[in-house]
Design a protein around this ligand. Structure first.
Ligand SMILES: Cc1ncc(COP(=O)(O)O)c(C=O)c1O
Length: 424
């Protein structure tokens, strides 16, 4: 394997011709492959089919006697709160179970803060210009919430330990208009990063110019391991409490990629003051969440251990797809000096970095050959990757054979775009 930049101009031209021929052959196949969004596959969803019949005719009461068919139970059934408490790292009393989407809970938490502030606020966040710190590459829908509501985004980089903490500490300490920070602390979307214990401690204890600064701790991939050994994530709520910043973190999660995507159960966990605030607002918004769905989930998983063991079946289906992606990248791009990629231990994505200025070209070339990739730039605030190099690869949904075909196309596109960049 030779680095492309070390080839002679003639060698590069020959290679470009060969690659173009392979690319044209792919194009002629009329492929239609979609690698855009991190959705579970049909096989993964099938694992939870019995959820739909988990409740018998007379089964509608939770352990404390709540009739799940009726209004009420604003913060969720006790059994469901216990499961999320273990998943999100909080006592059950500090959990509020919501509807089916954690993203909706994050969105609503932001909007309530804009309208009313949060515990510790002198005024609502919406009264002034506010900013959020956004580690990037990150989750496009977090960034969309900020953009939609006029919250300015400040990008910070992220490495294998988590966000660049020196930068985060400097920004948060010096600017009182920075009210929040998005964090996907375990198997981050898309880099697969799990924040180190030191990063969690620093986030919990750093000085914040805004007394009502919040970490939006989106633990979407808390139990989404690909391997037997799980990455360890320190408990942010305990770390915040120990640092005297009990109200700093709000932790979110859902069963979207455990049971059914968009038809699971979502929850948040936080300090008693934050929980009281959430309940105050949600009592206005709803008379109570869908407790029948909660009860179905409780019957199906039984407890947190049941949910974790269910995730091992997901891992069996997902691991070969992730390994196919990284093996094909290593086979075709290894030591060529034109790309780096992550090898995640969990979550839903592989993050591919091309040479600067090549990501949009790769996405365009792949699209023309029938392989849809997430739009270049999507993983950055405002959809703009300043180096135009990051591509989020989502291998979960298509069957393994399609993942392999799609990656065969992608690597040819990366090489073609790189050669063009290097002047072949
Ligand atoms: C980091 C992250 N958070 C949240 C979500 C969506 O969660 P939910 O289905 O609970 O709204 C996703 C889905 O891709 C995600 O990647």
């Amino acid at each position: 394997m030779t680095e492309l930049s070390k080839l002679s101009a003639a060698e590069r031209a020959t290679l470009a011709q060969e690659l173009q021929a392979r690319y044209d052959a792919f194009k002629a196949q009329g492929l239609k492959l979609d690698m855009t969004r991190g959705k579970p596959s049909a096989e993964q969803l099938d694992l939870a089919t019995k959820l739909t019949v988990a409740l018998g005719e007379a089964d509608y009461k939770s352990a404390d006697g709540t009739d799940a068919r009726n209004y009420g139970g604003l913060d969720g059934l006790p059994e469901m709160k216990a499961i999320f408490g273990e998943m999100l790292g909080a006592p059950a009393a500090q959990v509020v179970v919501g509807g089916a989407s954690s993203l909706q809970m994050m969105h609503d938490t932001v909007v309530r803060a804009l309208l009313h502030g949060v515990p510790g606020s002198k005024e609502s966040w919406g009264r002034g210009k506010i900013k959020f710190i956004c580690p990037a590459p990150g989750y496009d829908r977090h960034f969309a919430i900020c953009e939609h509501h006029g919250i300015e985004m400040i990008t910070v980089s992220i490495d294998e330990n988590g966000p660049d903490m020196a930068e985060v500490e400097k920004l948060v300490a010096s600017d009182a208009s920075i009210k929040g920070m998005w964090c996907v602390p375990k198997y981050s979307n898309p880099t697969g990063t799990t924040y180190s214990a030191s990063v969690v401690r620093r986030l919990a204890s750093m000085k914040a110019a805004a007394p009502d600064f919040r970490l939006f701790w989106d633990n979407a991939y808390a139990v989404h391991d690909l391997y037997e050994k799980s990455d360890e994530l320190a408990n942010v709520l305990s770390a915040c409490a120990e640092a005297g910043n009990s109200d700093r973190a709000i932790v979110f999660g859902s069963t979207s990629k455990i049971s059914f995507a968009g038809a699971g159960v979502a929850a948040l966990a936080a300090s008693p003051a934050n929980i009281a605030d959430v309940k105050k607002h949600s009592a206005i918004q709803t008379i109570g969440p869908d407790k029948m769905n909660q009860l179905r989930h409780v019957r199906f998983f039984k407890d947190y251990a049941g949910l974790v063991s269910h995730m091992k079946k997901h891992a069996e289906l997902l691991r070969p797809k992730f390994e196919a992606v990284t093996e094909i990248f290593a086979r075709d791009l290894g030591e060529k000096g034109v790309a780096t990629w992550t090898k995640p231990h969990g979550g839903y994505f592989v993050s591919l970095d091309t040479l600067d200025g090549c990501a949009s070209e790769v996405v365009k070339l792949a699209d023309a050959a029938g392989v849809k990739l997430t739009a270049a730039g999507a993983t950055f605030p405002y959809g703009k990757d300043p180096r135009d190099r990051n591509i989020r690869v989502a291998p979960s949904m298509p069957p393994l054979a399609q993942v392999k075909s799609a990656m065969d196309v992608v690597t040819v596109c990366v090489l073609l775009a790189s050669l063009k960049k290097l002047g072949a």
